[in-house]
Ligand binder design. Structure first.
Ligand SMILES: C[S@@+](CC[C@H](N)C(=O)[O-])C[C@H]1O[C@@H](n2cnc3c(N)ncnc32)[C@H](O)[C@@H]1O
Length: 338
């Protein structure tokens, strides 16, 4: 794919200023300026601007990533992709997955965030298309996380879509192979923290974990629409909070997080905030530059983002949630009873 349309300011300084000597900096390496993929090996936070397949093929074929987390193009005709037939698209994605998996460390995790490919008003959930690919690579699926959100287009010929999924796999083989899962660090408030054991030897004692409950596998995190604090000029960013929970739970400080389709580097922001290293690939120069600036801001403690554990806004508090027409009484005095 060509990125001529978006252009790129060749005179731009490629390394942003850091806060002080030795402070980590987010760098931008550009394929078209003859940067070599292997140049990234000495970087802690970097974005390769160019084609991901070219990047991966230019790296040694040895495990280097601790966590791969991405949202690939969905083949739905966005400005950054050329829409292809579904089979053709999946075959292209497979060439990338084939290069990614050998570079994931044993015990590492791969998270693939996808929605639907839509054709003639018919949906093809992409996780169904990707699952056989990961199975062929013998990755073990740990969760199929449903990411649900409250806003989007209203469709006329089917129910409006309000979720996408994250497939989480580990590069493990047996039942006992270790992998990183920092559950305590992503616990969320329990529904009934005051609940006590009713009977048995622990009767009267609190029954829940004082750190909170497992966040479960349905995550309600607002998507990045025009009034979201994270909104950039990218048409489909995933929220930092979504990837933040994955980064905290599935990697450790100083681990290397990689996003092969980095966009404006939302994964890089989450990684930088939580002391992980980050490499990303992005084809389009304007997104790559924005991504570099966002990661740099995060490294300097200036990330603007919505954390994964921030409670969902209660829309019933808004005056707009009150119907402007007189409401019917439920006991049938003023209106029809049902
Ligand atoms: C769904 S978006 C990812 C958005 C990202 N998660 C974020 O929050 O900004 C997919 C991205 O993949 C990029 N892309 C498409 N083809 C690519 C390729 N061959 N190599 C690298 N990046 C590519 C697109 O330009 C687009 O920004």
């Amino acid at each position: 794919m060509s990125d001529e349309k978006d252009g790129g300011d060749e005179s731009e300084q490629l390394t942003l200023a850091t806060e002080g000597p030795g402070a980590p900096a987010a760098r931008l390496l550009r394929a078209r300026e003859k940067a070599k993929p292997a140049n990234i090996l000495t970087e802690s936070h970097a974005i390769w601007q160019g084609d991901v397949l070219e990047f991966l093929k230019g790296l040694p074929s040895t495990p280097v990533f601790d966590l791969i987390v991405t949202s690939p193009p969905y083949n739905i005709g966005k400005s950054y992709e050329t829409r292809q037939g579904l089979d053709e698209y999946i075959a292209w994605q497979e060439t990338i997955v084939d290069e990614l998996v050998p570079r994931l460390k044993p015990g590492g995790s791969l998270c693939w965030q996808v929605g639907n490919f839509v054709e003639d008003n018919q949906i093809h959930p992409l996780d169904i298309e990707f699952a056989p690919m990961f199975r062929r690579h013998k990755l073990q699926m740990r969760n199929r996380i449903v990411w649900t959100f409250g806003h989007g287009l209203h469709t006329q010929k089917r129910f409006s879509g309000r979720y996408e999924v994250v497939l989480w796999y580990t590069k493990t083989t047996g039942k006992k192979d270790p992998y990183t899962f920092n559950l305590d660090e992503v616990r969320v408030p329990a529904k009934y923290p005051g609940k006590k054991h009713f009977k048995g030897p622990n009767a009267g004692q609190l029954s829940g974990n004082p750190l909170g409950k497992n966040p479960e596998d349905v995550w309600n995190i607002p998507n990045v629409k025009s009034n979201h604090v994270e909104k950039t000029d990218h048409p489909c960013q995933f929220p930092v909070g979504l990837v933040e929970r994955l980064v905290i739970a599935l990697s450790n400080p100083d681990d290397l997080v990689f996003d092969p389709f980095a966009g404006v580097a939302s994964a890089g922001v989450a990684a930088a905030i939580h002391g992980r290293k980050f490499w990303g690939c992005e084809l389009k120069s304007n997104y790559a530059r924005t991504g570099q600036a966002r990661v740099q801001a995060a490294l300097q403690g200036r990330a603007v983002y919505r954390p994964h554990d921030k409670p969902i806004y209660d829309h019933t508090k808004s005056p707009l949630s009150r119907p402007p027409w007189p409401s019917a009484s439920i006991d049938g005095e003023d209106g029809a009873a049902r």
